[in-house]
Design a binder for this molecule. Sequence first.
Ligand SMILES: [Zn+2]
Ligand SMILES: [Zn+2]
Length: 160
Amino acid sequence: MLLCPCQSQQTYTNCCEPFHTNSQQAQTPEQLMRSRYSAYALTLSQYIFDTYHSDKQAGLSLSELEEWAKATTWLKLEVSKTSDTTVTFIATYAENRKLYKIGEHSRFEQEQINQQKVWRYVDGDILNHQALDRPKRNDPCPCGSMKKLKQCCGVKSKLI
Ligand SMILES: [Zn+2]
Ligand SMILES: [Zn+2]
């Protein structure tokens, strides 16, 4: 039973998978944002591309999205605030054996696609983006599991 990478505490099957497989559409900006976070965690770059607003897609490169998703290990997501069209969140990720925290205020819009109204990501303001001290093997894992780094995300994040 795979828990969803978006840390909803639900199984992947009951959370972001139906969006990734296109069997359901996200009903709220938060659902879409979570599914995009999970898609980064699972390197589903086509999904990340497809869920950008159509106005933005021309300026995107699928291979760059893929490279970024591959280079990063997404460890933690905290959604701090939502409105009808926005989501504010803090995400923690590892890249190149370093740990980072990024806060973003994201904007979403509904678009009409195949006779359906679907939520799409427009853009976001980065609120902060900082490098954190690299945790040691026996420190608590930055994913928030309460386990030690070495017993949790240490290997997959390449932090140890
Ligand atoms: Zn999820
Ligand atoms: Zn962990």
